[in-house]
Design a protein around this ligand. Sequence first.
Ligand code: PRP
Ligand code: URA
Length: 209
Amino acid sequence: MAQVHVMDHPLIVHKLSLMRDKSTGPKEFREAVEEISTLLCYEATRDLPLKEVEIETPIARTKASFISGKKLAIVCILRAGLGMVDGVLDLIPNAKIGHIGLYRDPDTLQPVEYYCKLPTDISSRDVIIVDPMLATGGSAIAAIQFLKNYGVQNIKLISILAVPESLQAIQEEHPDVEVYCAAIDEKLNSKGYIVPGVGDAGDRLFGTK
Ligand code: PRP
Ligand code: URA
C-alpha cells in the first residue's frame, strides 16, 4: 500500500455520507467536496517546515514561527479535481495552481490527457495533487509521472475515496507519494466505479447527468 492517511474524523465521515447519498444534489455535493478537501489539506500540510523569526508583539520581543521551505502548488486533475481546489486554497491561499486534463477511456479505463497548464516554476515547488476519486489509480499515476517528468520532487495526493487496488497501484509506481483520503471503499465494479462509492464525481459536481 502507498503511504496512506485515512482521515476518518467524524466531520469528514458525515460529509462523505452526504456525498454518497444519491439524493444529494450538486450544490450540497460541491459543498461537501470543498469542506472535506479543507480538512484533508489540514492533515496533508502537517509537516510543512517552520522557521523562527524575531518579531515584536505589542508587549515584548519574541521569536515566532512561520511556514518556510519550498513554495507550494496545487495541481488539479480535471474535471472533478476542480471541486477540491477552493477547499485547499482556503488553507494555502498563495499556492499557484496547475491543471492537468485527464479522462478515463470508458472501455480501457486508461487515462487520456487532453490539457495541461502548469506554473512555469513548477519544478521548484512542492506539489499537492487533488482528485476526489482513485479508482484504478491510472489517472493519479499518470499525473504524478507527468509532474516528475517536469522535475517535481515532492508530491502529495489528496483524494476523497480510494479502493485497495488504486492504493496498491500508486504504491507500486510511486512509493514516495503520500496519499490523504477520507475512506477506502470495498472494490471496483465491472465498469471501474468505486463500490459503494459516490457515483461519477465529475457528473455529480457539475450536474452533467
Ligand atoms: C474520474 C476521477 C479521476 C478518475 C479516477 O475522472 O475524477 O480522475 O476518474 O479513475 P482512475 O483512478 O481509474 O483513473 P473522469 O475520468 O470520470 O473524468 P471527469 O473528472 O472529467 O469526470
Ligand atoms: N471516477 C468516478 O468519478 N467515480 C468512480 O467511482 C470511479 C471513477
